[in-house]
Design a protein around this ligand. Structure first.
Ligand code: BES
Ligand code: MN
Ligand code: MN
Length: 463
Protein backbone atom coordinates (compact mmCIF):
# COMPACT_ATOMS: atom_id res chain seq x y z
CA UNK A 1 0.00 0.00 0.00
CA UNK A 2 1.27 3.43 -0.81
CA UNK A 3 2.02 5.66 2.15
CA UNK A 4 -0.59 8.43 2.54
CA UNK A 5 0.38 11.71 4.12
CA UNK A 6 -2.57 13.21 5.95
CA UNK A 7 -4.80 15.03 3.50
CA UNK A 8 -5.22 18.67 4.35
CA UNK A 9 -8.83 19.65 3.95
CA UNK A 10 -7.87 23.28 4.29
CA UNK A 11 -5.47 22.94 1.36
CA UNK A 12 -8.24 21.34 -0.67
CA UNK A 13 -10.82 24.06 -0.10
CA UNK A 14 -8.18 26.70 -0.71
CA UNK A 15 -7.59 25.13 -4.10
CA UNK A 16 -11.28 25.30 -4.96
CA UNK A 17 -11.11 29.01 -4.15
CA UNK A 18 -7.89 29.50 -6.15
CA UNK A 19 -9.45 27.97 -9.25
CA UNK A 20 -12.32 30.43 -8.93
CA UNK A 21 -9.81 33.28 -8.69
CA UNK A 22 -7.75 32.29 -11.72
CA UNK A 23 -10.76 31.48 -13.88
CA UNK A 24 -11.38 34.95 -15.37
CA UNK A 25 -7.80 35.18 -16.61
CA UNK A 26 -7.92 31.63 -17.94
CA UNK A 27 -11.13 32.41 -19.77
CA UNK A 28 -9.54 35.48 -21.36
CA UNK A 29 -6.62 33.32 -22.51
CA UNK A 30 -9.01 30.73 -23.89
CA UNK A 31 -10.78 33.45 -25.86
CA UNK A 32 -7.46 34.59 -27.35
CA UNK A 33 -6.71 31.02 -28.41
CA UNK A 34 -10.16 30.65 -30.01
CA UNK A 35 -9.48 33.76 -32.13
CA UNK A 36 -6.66 31.86 -33.84
CA UNK A 37 -7.97 29.78 -36.74
CA UNK A 38 -5.82 26.74 -36.04
CA UNK A 39 -7.30 24.41 -38.66
CA UNK A 40 -4.42 22.07 -39.54
CA UNK A 41 -6.56 20.24 -42.11
CA UNK A 42 -6.74 23.45 -44.17
CA UNK A 43 -3.36 23.97 -45.91
CA UNK A 44 -4.09 27.70 -46.20
CA UNK A 45 -4.28 28.03 -42.42
CA UNK A 46 -1.18 26.15 -41.33
CA UNK A 47 0.50 29.44 -40.34
CA UNK A 48 -2.36 29.91 -37.93
CA UNK A 49 -1.55 26.57 -36.31
CA UNK A 50 2.01 27.81 -35.84
CA UNK A 51 0.67 31.02 -34.32
CA UNK A 52 -1.52 28.96 -32.04
CA UNK A 53 1.42 26.80 -30.87
CA UNK A 54 3.29 30.01 -30.19
CA UNK A 55 0.42 31.42 -28.14
CA UNK A 56 0.10 28.19 -26.14
CA UNK A 57 3.82 28.14 -25.40
CA UNK A 58 3.73 31.77 -24.20
CA UNK A 59 0.79 31.02 -21.89
CA UNK A 60 2.61 28.02 -20.41
CA UNK A 61 5.80 30.02 -19.88
CA UNK A 62 3.85 32.82 -18.21
CA UNK A 63 2.11 30.27 -15.97
CA UNK A 64 5.51 29.30 -14.58
CA UNK A 65 6.62 26.25 -16.56
CA UNK A 66 10.39 26.25 -16.68
CA UNK A 67 11.02 24.42 -19.84
CA UNK A 68 8.66 25.17 -22.74
CA UNK A 69 9.36 24.08 -26.28
CA UNK A 70 7.59 23.94 -29.62
CA UNK A 71 8.40 20.68 -31.38
CA UNK A 72 7.42 19.02 -34.63
CA UNK A 73 8.36 15.92 -36.57
CA UNK A 74 7.28 16.76 -40.10
CA UNK A 75 3.73 17.60 -39.01
CA UNK A 76 1.94 20.21 -36.95
CA UNK A 77 3.74 22.01 -34.13
CA UNK A 78 3.13 20.61 -30.64
CA UNK A 79 4.06 22.25 -27.36
CA UNK A 80 5.84 20.47 -24.51
CA UNK A 81 6.23 22.19 -21.14
CA UNK A 82 7.75 20.77 -18.02
CA UNK A 83 7.63 21.49 -14.31
CA UNK A 84 10.01 19.20 -12.41
CA UNK A 85 8.71 16.78 -9.81
CA UNK A 86 9.63 17.41 -6.17
CA UNK A 87 11.77 14.51 -4.90
CA UNK A 88 9.77 11.29 -4.65
CA UNK A 89 6.65 12.78 -6.24
CA UNK A 90 5.08 11.36 -9.38
CA UNK A 91 4.94 13.13 -12.74
CA UNK A 92 1.63 13.85 -14.43
CA UNK A 93 1.33 14.41 -18.18
CA UNK A 94 -1.51 16.76 -19.11
CA UNK A 95 -2.67 16.41 -22.73
CA UNK A 96 -4.84 18.63 -24.92
CA UNK A 97 -4.86 19.64 -28.61
CA UNK A 98 -4.71 23.14 -30.02
CA UNK A 99 -5.86 22.33 -33.57
CA UNK A 100 -9.55 22.54 -34.39
CA UNK A 101 -11.98 21.20 -36.96
CA UNK A 102 -12.89 23.43 -39.92
CA UNK A 103 -15.81 25.73 -39.08
CA UNK A 104 -18.03 24.60 -41.96
CA UNK A 105 -20.54 27.08 -43.33
CA UNK A 106 -19.82 30.34 -41.46
CA UNK A 107 -23.24 31.71 -42.35
CA UNK A 108 -24.94 29.03 -40.28
CA UNK A 109 -23.21 30.06 -37.04
CA UNK A 110 -25.21 32.31 -34.71
CA UNK A 111 -22.05 34.26 -33.93
CA UNK A 112 -18.75 34.28 -35.84
CA UNK A 113 -16.91 30.96 -35.29
CA UNK A 114 -13.59 32.52 -34.35
CA UNK A 115 -15.00 35.33 -32.23
CA UNK A 116 -15.77 33.81 -28.82
CA UNK A 117 -19.18 34.97 -27.63
CA UNK A 118 -20.99 34.24 -24.37
CA UNK A 119 -24.69 33.39 -24.35
CA UNK A 120 -26.49 31.89 -21.35
CA UNK A 121 -23.41 30.72 -19.52
CA UNK A 122 -21.88 29.13 -22.60
CA UNK A 123 -18.93 30.33 -24.63
CA UNK A 124 -19.52 29.86 -28.35
CA UNK A 125 -16.81 29.46 -30.98
CA UNK A 126 -14.80 26.81 -32.80
CA UNK A 127 -12.49 25.10 -30.33
CA UNK A 128 -14.04 26.71 -27.22
CA UNK A 129 -14.59 23.13 -26.08
CA UNK A 130 -12.77 20.76 -28.50
CA UNK A 131 -10.12 21.16 -27.37
CA UNK A 132 -8.87 24.59 -26.44
CA UNK A 133 -10.84 24.23 -23.21
CA UNK A 134 -8.57 21.26 -22.47
CA UNK A 135 -5.62 23.67 -22.59
CA UNK A 136 -7.55 26.13 -20.40
CA UNK A 137 -8.25 23.38 -17.86
CA UNK A 138 -4.56 22.53 -17.54
CA UNK A 139 -3.63 26.21 -17.28
CA UNK A 140 -6.25 26.80 -14.58
CA UNK A 141 -5.16 23.79 -12.52
CA UNK A 142 -1.50 24.81 -12.73
CA UNK A 143 -2.19 28.47 -11.94
CA UNK A 144 -4.41 27.52 -9.02
CA UNK A 145 -1.31 25.84 -7.57
CA UNK A 146 0.58 29.11 -7.99
CA UNK A 147 2.72 27.43 -10.66
CA UNK A 148 4.10 25.05 -8.05
CA UNK A 149 2.01 21.88 -7.70
CA UNK A 150 3.32 19.08 -5.48
CA UNK A 151 3.87 16.79 -8.49
CA UNK A 152 5.91 16.96 -11.66
CA UNK A 153 3.78 18.25 -14.53
CA UNK A 154 4.43 17.85 -18.22
CA UNK A 155 1.99 19.55 -20.56
CA UNK A 156 1.73 18.18 -24.07
CA UNK A 157 -0.46 20.13 -26.48
CA UNK A 158 -0.71 18.50 -29.89
CA UNK A 159 -1.50 20.33 -33.14
CA UNK A 160 -2.93 17.66 -35.44
CA UNK A 161 -5.33 15.55 -33.39
CA UNK A 162 -8.22 16.41 -35.70
CA UNK A 163 -6.15 15.09 -38.60
CA UNK A 164 -5.55 11.71 -36.94
CA UNK A 165 -2.21 12.58 -35.24
CA UNK A 166 -0.06 11.35 -38.15
CA UNK A 167 3.28 12.43 -36.67
CA UNK A 168 2.50 11.59 -33.06
CA UNK A 169 4.48 8.35 -33.01
CA UNK A 170 7.52 10.20 -34.32
CA UNK A 171 7.04 12.87 -31.63
CA UNK A 172 6.68 10.21 -28.96
CA UNK A 173 9.80 8.42 -30.13
CA UNK A 174 11.84 11.63 -30.29
CA UNK A 175 10.71 13.05 -26.94
CA UNK A 176 10.14 9.84 -25.02
CA UNK A 177 12.15 10.89 -21.98
CA UNK A 178 10.50 14.31 -21.67
CA UNK A 179 7.01 12.85 -22.04
CA UNK A 180 7.46 9.94 -19.64
CA UNK A 181 4.97 10.15 -16.78
CA UNK A 182 3.29 8.08 -14.07
CA UNK A 183 -0.16 9.44 -14.81
CA UNK A 184 -1.51 10.74 -18.14
CA UNK A 185 -4.56 13.02 -18.10
CA UNK A 186 -6.20 13.46 -21.49
CA UNK A 187 -8.64 16.36 -21.30
CA UNK A 188 -10.40 15.83 -24.63
CA UNK A 189 -13.61 13.99 -23.93
CA UNK A 190 -17.20 14.39 -22.90
CA UNK A 191 -19.19 14.65 -19.66
CA UNK A 192 -22.44 12.91 -18.86
CA UNK A 193 -24.14 16.30 -18.48
CA UNK A 194 -23.18 19.81 -17.41
CA UNK A 195 -23.84 18.71 -13.82
CA UNK A 196 -22.48 15.14 -13.86
CA UNK A 197 -18.90 14.44 -14.92
CA UNK A 198 -17.68 11.41 -16.84
CA UNK A 199 -14.50 9.47 -16.66
CA UNK A 200 -14.19 8.08 -20.15
CA UNK A 201 -13.23 4.43 -19.93
CA UNK A 202 -13.72 3.22 -23.50
CA UNK A 203 -13.32 4.87 -26.90
CA UNK A 204 -14.10 3.48 -30.31
CA UNK A 205 -11.45 3.21 -32.98
CA UNK A 206 -11.87 4.32 -36.56
CA UNK A 207 -10.98 3.48 -40.13
CA UNK A 208 -11.92 5.08 -43.41
CA UNK A 209 -11.59 4.52 -47.12
CA UNK A 210 -12.62 5.97 -50.47
CA UNK A 211 -14.58 3.72 -52.80
CA UNK A 212 -14.78 4.51 -56.49
CA UNK A 213 -17.32 2.81 -58.74
CA UNK A 214 -17.19 2.90 -62.55
CA UNK A 215 -19.54 1.44 -65.10
CA UNK A 216 -18.78 3.20 -68.38
CA UNK A 217 -15.73 4.58 -70.12
CA UNK A 218 -17.52 7.86 -70.81
CA UNK A 219 -20.80 9.58 -69.95
CA UNK A 220 -23.81 8.72 -72.12
CA UNK A 221 -27.07 10.38 -73.15
CA UNK A 222 -29.50 9.03 -70.54
CA UNK A 223 -32.35 8.78 -73.03
CA UNK A 224 -30.33 6.85 -75.56
CA UNK A 225 -28.87 4.36 -73.07
CA UNK A 226 -30.85 4.63 -69.83
CA UNK A 227 -32.57 1.35 -68.97
CA UNK A 228 -29.92 -0.72 -70.72
CA UNK A 229 -26.58 0.22 -69.14
CA UNK A 230 -26.10 1.28 -65.49
CA UNK A 231 -24.89 4.67 -64.33
CA UNK A 232 -22.12 4.64 -61.75
CA UNK A 233 -23.93 6.73 -59.17
CA UNK A 234 -26.88 4.32 -58.98
CA UNK A 235 -24.41 1.46 -58.64
CA UNK A 236 -22.52 3.32 -55.91
CA UNK A 237 -25.69 4.10 -54.00
CA UNK A 238 -26.71 0.43 -54.04
CA UNK A 239 -23.25 -0.58 -52.92
CA UNK A 240 -23.38 1.91 -50.04
CA UNK A 241 -26.87 0.71 -49.13
CA UNK A 242 -25.48 -2.81 -48.67
CA UNK A 243 -23.44 -1.60 -45.68
CA UNK A 244 -26.56 -1.71 -43.45
CA UNK A 245 -29.51 -4.04 -43.12
CA UNK A 246 -33.07 -2.69 -43.22
CA UNK A 247 -32.97 -1.94 -39.47
CA UNK A 248 -29.80 0.09 -39.81
CA UNK A 249 -27.47 -2.50 -38.30
CA UNK A 250 -24.05 -2.68 -39.89
CA UNK A 251 -24.11 -5.56 -42.38
CA UNK A 252 -20.37 -6.04 -42.91
CA UNK A 253 -19.17 -9.50 -41.87
CA UNK A 254 -16.52 -10.15 -39.26
CA UNK A 255 -16.72 -7.01 -37.14
CA UNK A 256 -16.11 -6.99 -33.39
CA UNK A 257 -18.75 -6.16 -30.80
CA UNK A 258 -17.96 -5.42 -27.14
CA UNK A 259 -20.24 -5.09 -24.12
CA UNK A 260 -21.08 -1.60 -22.90
CA UNK A 261 -21.52 -0.70 -19.25
CA UNK A 262 -25.08 -0.95 -18.02
CA UNK A 263 -25.96 2.75 -18.16
CA UNK A 264 -29.40 4.12 -18.89
CA UNK A 265 -29.57 6.43 -21.89
CA UNK A 266 -33.24 7.19 -22.55
CA UNK A 267 -34.55 7.53 -26.14
CA UNK A 268 -35.81 11.08 -25.43
CA UNK A 269 -32.26 12.05 -24.68
CA UNK A 270 -31.08 10.64 -28.01
CA UNK A 271 -33.70 12.75 -29.79
CA UNK A 272 -32.88 15.91 -27.86
CA UNK A 273 -29.08 15.63 -27.78
CA UNK A 274 -28.74 14.52 -31.40
CA UNK A 275 -31.39 16.85 -32.79
CA UNK A 276 -33.17 13.92 -34.44
CA UNK A 277 -36.10 15.26 -36.47
CA UNK A 278 -39.67 14.29 -35.61
CA UNK A 279 -40.64 11.08 -37.33
CA UNK A 280 -37.06 9.98 -38.00
CA UNK A 281 -36.30 6.77 -36.12
CA UNK A 282 -33.15 5.47 -34.47
CA UNK A 283 -31.15 2.83 -36.29
CA UNK A 284 -29.63 -0.46 -35.14
CA UNK A 285 -30.54 -2.82 -32.35
CA UNK A 286 -29.40 -3.07 -28.74
CA UNK A 287 -29.36 -0.46 -25.99
CA UNK A 288 -28.32 3.08 -26.87
CA UNK A 289 -24.98 2.87 -25.10
CA UNK A 290 -24.35 -0.56 -26.61
CA UNK A 291 -24.76 0.93 -30.09
CA UNK A 292 -22.83 4.10 -29.27
CA UNK A 293 -19.91 2.67 -27.33
CA UNK A 294 -19.64 -1.02 -28.05
CA UNK A 295 -20.82 -1.71 -31.60
CA UNK A 296 -19.30 -0.78 -34.93
CA UNK A 297 -20.88 2.01 -36.95
CA UNK A 298 -20.52 2.92 -40.61
CA UNK A 299 -21.23 6.34 -42.08
CA UNK A 300 -20.96 7.70 -45.61
CA UNK A 301 -19.21 11.04 -45.03
CA UNK A 302 -18.85 12.36 -48.58
CA UNK A 303 -19.67 11.71 -52.21
CA UNK A 304 -17.99 13.08 -55.34
CA UNK A 305 -20.32 13.08 -58.28
CA UNK A 306 -22.02 15.51 -60.60
CA UNK A 307 -23.49 18.40 -58.60
CA UNK A 308 -27.23 18.96 -58.93
CA UNK A 309 -26.65 22.44 -60.39
CA UNK A 310 -24.64 21.04 -63.27
CA UNK A 311 -26.61 17.83 -63.75
CA UNK A 312 -27.63 17.08 -67.33
CA UNK A 313 -29.38 14.02 -68.72
CA UNK A 314 -26.23 11.96 -68.65
CA UNK A 315 -25.39 8.53 -67.28
CA UNK A 316 -22.48 9.15 -64.90
CA UNK A 317 -19.49 6.95 -65.76
CA UNK A 318 -17.86 7.02 -62.31
CA UNK A 319 -18.55 8.23 -58.78
CA UNK A 320 -16.83 7.94 -55.44
CA UNK A 321 -17.64 8.09 -51.76
CA UNK A 322 -15.74 8.28 -48.50
CA UNK A 323 -16.85 5.73 -45.95
CA UNK A 324 -15.96 6.00 -42.26
CA UNK A 325 -16.24 3.21 -39.72
CA UNK A 326 -16.13 3.25 -35.90
CA UNK A 327 -14.65 0.17 -34.25
CA UNK A 328 -15.71 -1.26 -30.91
CA UNK A 329 -13.14 -1.50 -28.10
CA UNK A 330 -11.25 -4.77 -28.41
CA UNK A 331 -11.38 -4.81 -32.21
CA UNK A 332 -8.37 -4.25 -34.43
CA UNK A 333 -8.71 -1.23 -36.71
CA UNK A 334 -6.65 -2.70 -39.57
CA UNK A 335 -8.57 -5.96 -39.61
CA UNK A 336 -11.79 -3.96 -39.61
CA UNK A 337 -10.63 -1.84 -42.52
CA UNK A 338 -9.78 -5.03 -44.44
CA UNK A 339 -13.27 -6.38 -43.72
CA UNK A 340 -14.86 -3.15 -44.95
CA UNK A 341 -12.77 -3.16 -48.12
CA UNK A 342 -13.63 -6.82 -48.79
CA UNK A 343 -17.31 -6.02 -48.39
CA UNK A 344 -17.14 -3.08 -50.80
CA UNK A 345 -15.22 -5.11 -53.36
CA UNK A 346 -17.76 -7.91 -53.24
CA UNK A 347 -21.11 -6.12 -53.14
CA UNK A 348 -21.23 -3.87 -56.18
CA UNK A 349 -24.31 -4.54 -58.32
CA UNK A 350 -24.28 -5.24 -62.06
CA UNK A 351 -20.60 -6.12 -62.19
CA UNK A 352 -19.66 -2.47 -61.63
CA UNK A 353 -15.93 -1.95 -61.17
CA UNK A 354 -14.85 -1.04 -57.67
CA UNK A 355 -11.57 0.44 -56.51
CA UNK A 356 -11.08 1.03 -52.80
CA UNK A 357 -8.32 3.26 -51.48
CA UNK A 358 -7.63 2.59 -47.81
CA UNK A 359 -7.46 5.66 -45.55
CA UNK A 360 -6.55 6.23 -41.92
CA UNK A 361 -6.89 3.83 -39.04
CA UNK A 362 -6.96 4.55 -35.32
CA UNK A 363 -7.20 1.89 -32.64
CA UNK A 364 -10.02 1.78 -30.08
CA UNK A 365 -9.13 1.72 -26.41
CA UNK A 366 -10.49 0.33 -23.14
CA UNK A 367 -9.03 1.50 -19.84
CA UNK A 368 -8.68 -0.40 -16.58
CA UNK A 369 -10.27 2.27 -14.38
CA UNK A 370 -9.15 0.95 -11.02
CA UNK A 371 -6.28 1.43 -8.58
CA UNK A 372 -5.04 4.34 -6.46
CA UNK A 373 -4.92 6.90 -9.28
CA UNK A 374 -8.56 6.23 -10.17
CA UNK A 375 -9.46 6.36 -6.47
CA UNK A 376 -7.80 9.77 -6.24
CA UNK A 377 -9.50 10.93 -9.44
CA UNK A 378 -12.95 9.81 -8.31
CA UNK A 379 -12.48 11.64 -5.00
CA UNK A 380 -11.31 14.80 -6.80
CA UNK A 381 -14.29 14.69 -9.16
CA UNK A 382 -16.70 14.15 -6.29
CA UNK A 383 -15.34 17.15 -4.44
CA UNK A 384 -15.25 19.42 -7.51
CA UNK A 385 -18.65 18.49 -8.96
CA UNK A 386 -20.52 17.46 -5.82
CA UNK A 387 -21.52 14.16 -7.45
CA UNK A 388 -19.79 10.96 -8.51
CA UNK A 389 -18.34 10.68 -11.99
CA UNK A 390 -20.00 8.23 -14.37
CA UNK A 391 -17.70 5.65 -15.96
CA UNK A 392 -18.69 6.24 -19.55
CA UNK A 393 -17.76 5.03 -22.98
CA UNK A 394 -17.73 7.40 -25.93
CA UNK A 395 -18.50 6.77 -29.54
CA UNK A 396 -15.70 9.06 -30.66
CA UNK A 397 -12.04 8.23 -31.03
CA UNK A 398 -8.74 9.47 -29.71
CA UNK A 399 -6.48 7.11 -31.62
CA UNK A 400 -3.23 8.19 -30.01
CA UNK A 401 -4.33 6.89 -26.59
CA UNK A 402 -3.42 3.39 -27.69
CA UNK A 403 -0.04 4.73 -28.82
CA UNK A 404 0.57 6.46 -25.50
CA UNK A 405 -0.41 3.32 -23.65
CA UNK A 406 2.02 1.29 -25.72
CA UNK A 407 4.83 3.82 -25.24
CA UNK A 408 4.29 4.11 -21.46
CA UNK A 409 2.79 0.79 -20.34
CA UNK A 410 3.37 1.64 -16.66
CA UNK A 411 1.44 4.90 -16.78
CA UNK A 412 -2.16 5.19 -15.65
CA UNK A 413 -4.35 6.94 -18.22
CA UNK A 414 -7.28 9.18 -17.26
CA UNK A 415 -9.58 10.51 -19.98
CA UNK A 416 -11.40 13.60 -18.77
CA UNK A 417 -12.81 16.54 -20.66
CA UNK A 418 -14.83 19.71 -20.88
CA UNK A 419 -17.45 18.75 -23.42
CA UNK A 420 -21.09 18.12 -22.56
CA UNK A 421 -24.10 16.88 -24.55
CA UNK A 422 -24.78 20.37 -25.93
CA UNK A 423 -21.24 21.14 -27.03
CA UNK A 424 -21.79 20.38 -30.74
CA UNK A 425 -18.12 19.66 -31.34
CA UNK A 426 -17.21 19.64 -35.06
CA UNK A 427 -20.57 21.24 -35.90
CA UNK A 428 -21.85 24.80 -36.09
CA UNK A 429 -22.29 26.74 -32.82
CA UNK A 430 -19.75 24.68 -30.84
CA UNK A 431 -19.77 25.82 -27.24
CA UNK A 432 -18.33 25.32 -23.78
CA UNK A 433 -20.36 25.44 -20.57
CA UNK A 434 -18.40 27.84 -18.36
CA UNK A 435 -19.52 26.02 -15.21
CA UNK A 436 -18.10 22.79 -16.62
CA UNK A 437 -14.79 24.53 -17.26
CA UNK A 438 -14.61 25.60 -13.61
CA UNK A 439 -15.55 22.18 -12.26
CA UNK A 440 -13.17 20.36 -14.61
CA UNK A 441 -10.32 22.69 -13.65
CA UNK A 442 -11.13 22.27 -9.96
CA UNK A 443 -11.13 18.48 -10.27
CA UNK A 444 -7.76 18.58 -12.03
CA UNK A 445 -6.23 20.94 -9.46
CA UNK A 446 -7.46 18.66 -6.65
CA UNK A 447 -6.13 15.60 -8.43
CA UNK A 448 -2.65 17.14 -8.71
CA UNK A 449 -2.78 17.93 -5.02
CA UNK A 450 -3.82 14.46 -3.95
CA UNK A 451 -1.34 12.72 -6.24
CA UNK A 452 1.30 14.91 -4.61
CA UNK A 453 0.15 13.98 -1.13
CA UNK A 454 0.50 10.32 -1.82
CA UNK A 455 4.05 9.09 -1.90
CA UNK A 456 3.92 6.37 -4.43
CA UNK A 457 6.61 4.73 -6.41
CA UNK A 458 6.12 4.65 -10.17
CA UNK A 459 5.17 1.01 -9.96
CA UNK A 460 2.59 1.32 -7.20
CA UNK A 461 0.75 4.07 -9.09
CA UNK A 462 0.02 1.74 -11.95
CA UNK A 463 -1.49 -1.02 -9.87
N1 BES B 1 -12.38 15.18 -28.73
C1 BES B 1 -12.62 14.29 -29.81
C2 BES B 1 -12.82 12.85 -29.37
C3 BES B 1 -14.14 12.63 -28.71
C4 BES B 1 -15.28 12.65 -29.47
C5 BES B 1 -14.24 12.42 -27.37
C6 BES B 1 -16.53 12.48 -28.89
C7 BES B 1 -15.47 12.26 -26.77
C8 BES B 1 -16.62 12.28 -27.52
C9 BES B 1 -11.48 14.37 -30.79
O1 BES B 1 -11.03 15.70 -31.00
C10 BES B 1 -11.96 13.89 -32.14
O2 BES B 1 -12.76 14.56 -32.73
N2 BES B 1 -11.44 12.76 -32.63
C11 BES B 1 -11.70 12.33 -33.95
C12 BES B 1 -10.65 11.36 -34.37
C13 BES B 1 -9.69 11.85 -35.38
C14 BES B 1 -8.81 10.75 -35.88
C15 BES B 1 -10.14 12.76 -36.44
C16 BES B 1 -13.03 11.62 -34.07
O3 BES B 1 -13.51 10.99 -33.12
O4 BES B 1 -13.61 11.70 -35.16
MN1 MN C 1 -10.75 16.75 -29.32
MN1 MN D 1 -12.52 16.73 -32.31
Amino acid sequence: MPHQRPTSLAAMSELVESVREVLPSVRADLEDLVRIESVWADPARRDEVHRSADAVSKLLSAAGFEDVRIVSEGGAPAVIAHHPAPPGAPTVLLYAHHDVQPEGDRGQWQSAPFEPTERDGRLYGRGTADDKAGIATHLAAFRAHGGNPPVGVTVFVEGEEESGSPSLSALLAKHREELAADVIVIADSDNWSTEIPSLTVTLRGMADCVVEVSTLDHGLHSGMWGGVVPDALSALVRLLASLHDDDGNVAVEGLHEAVAADVDFPPERVRADAGLLDGVTEIGSGSVVQRLWAKPAITVIGIDTTAVASASNTLTPRAKAKVSMRIAPGGDAREHLDALIRHLEQHAPWGARVTVTPGDVGQPYAIDASGPVYDAARAAFRQAWGVDAVDAGVGGSIPFIAEFAAAFPEAKILVTGVEDPNTQAHSIDESLDLGVLERAATAEALLLESLGQTEMSRRSLAT
